[in-house]
Design a protein around this ligand. Structure first.
Ligand code: IVH
Length: 388
């Protein structure tokens, strides 16, 4: 695997000559684009999320130091790095990504930028909800009937994946109310659905999915499979469709009220997840909720890779606006990775804790959820127990 070394190669370039710095920058852009192409296209990860986020941050820092050298096609300026399969269905309004923070200080800096853009302290409070680790979709309901499901694509145009209608928990084909709107949210496999999907795939002679997120993206886009595993949807937003949303999404509604209207219509929302949707007054309280949701992570029945904090007032959201890739009124507080990729250096046989001789993978050290992993006990089922 070459990509963590792409990060090392780029990191070590700072302080070297202008020409070699630029060559390393361009090589790093290629690695980012390639990683996004396989992630969004083929549905597997060339580098793990931590390595990807770090490389992206280093590239952005380089671009800030060399603004004249940044080309118009830089992946750092595009939704999904400009690499997601686009499709031909125009989105009603752009489906954006989220900016990331990793520390309380960065969250405070996001709060300060919100205040600067508003010209005063936000008064409408914040919402805190899980950042679900699946695939983004837009689901269009007309008169209560689910008529179209579209992937995020490049944020402006997505792929029509309406073949999944009727197979997703939380996204009913028919609502009890004749409402017209577009629900936006994440489709994913819960842990149990993931196991069922892998059983279904192996029964059909297919390979198991690498992880639930890759599985969800691949399942959405696979149109001709003779089987359709069940997934789950949770909305994190809703927008007007055909200019008919007024009654359903009244002007002046907050984010929490919008999701409550979506839930009343019968569609699953982040508020119905075990992590919930929390309305708080201050960013300090929001941070405490982030910690609470982070502490629940291992017990949640689905994967999360962060916690999303949003300005609750739609009026304040409108006032601060959106950038080219993400809204200024929302931010993702990323949680430590629970999945990393590294280099397999050797496989040796060791006596395990139970006294049984077991193959052990010797790994290039990699940090996982706060500890450094160098060995993994391999199980015959194909999974591994990781050890620091
Ligand atoms: S809000 C305009 N809320 O994370 C608002 N996104 O890494 C943009 N995601 O593209 C999205 N959980 O697909 C929002 N509670 C949540 C989310 C969430 C997962 C996804 C979403 C977004 C991606 C960004």
């Amino acid at each position: 695997m070459t990509t963590p070394s792409a990060l090392e190669a780029f990191s070590s370039m700072s302080g070297t000559s202008e020409a070699s710095g630029r060559a390393a920058y361009e090589a790093a852009l290629d690695h980012l684009r390639e990683a996004s192409r396989t992630y969004y296209g083929a549905g597997y990860s060339l580098m793990d999320d931590v390595t990807y986020d770090r490389l992206r941050l280093e590239v952005k820092a380089w671009e800030e130091r060399h603004p004249d050298a940044v080309g118009p096609g830089s992946p750092t300026d595009q939704v999904a790095d400009g690499a997601a399969p686009t499709g031909d269905v125009a989105h009603t309004t752009r489906l954006l990504s989220l900016d990331n923070v990793f520390t309380p200080e960065e969250l405070a800096a996001w709060g300060a930028s919100l205040k600067r853009r508003l010209g005063h302290e936000p008064t409408g409070g914040f919402t805190v909800e899980p950042k679900m680790d699946g695939a983004a979709i837009a689901a269009r309901y007309r008169d209560g009937r689910l008529v179209q499901v579209i992937t995020r694509g490049d944020g402006t145009q997505g792929e029509d994946v309406s073949h999944v209608i009727g197979t997703i928990v939380g996204l009913p084909e028919q609502l009890p109310l004749p409402v017209t709107f577009e629900a936006r949210g994440e489709v994913l496999f819960t842990q149990q659905q993931f196991e069922e999907a892998n059983e279904l795939r192996t029964a059909h002679g297919g390979a198991v999915f690498a992880n639930p997120r890759n599985g969800a993206a691949g399942t959405l886009r696979a149109k001709d499979r003779p089987y359709q595993p069940t997934m789950t949807f949770w909305a994190y937003g809703a927008v007007e469709l055909d200019g008919e949303g007024e009654a359903f999404l009244p002007a002046g509604a907050t984010h929490a009220e919008t999701l409550a209207a979506v839930a009343r219509a019968g569609v699953g929302t982040t508020a119905e997840t075990p992590a919930g949707l929390h309305v708080v007054d201050t960013l300090d309280e929001a941070r405490r909720k982030v910690d609470e949701i982070a502490a629940m992570r291992a017990r949640l029945p689905f994967g999360i890779d962060g916690v999303v904090i949003k300005a609750d007032s739609v009026a304040e959201q409108t006032a601060v606006g959106v950038g080219s890739r993400f809204p200024y009124w929302a931010v993702a507080y990323k949680l430590p990775a629970v999945e990393r990729q590294t280099v397999l250096r050797d496989v040796i046989w060791e006596v395990g804790r139970t006294g049984v001789l077991a193959p052990t993978a010797v790994l290039a050290p990699v940090e996982l959820d706060g500890s450094t992993v160098t060995r993994a006990t391999l199980l015959l089922s194909g999974s591994a127990i990781l050890r620091g």
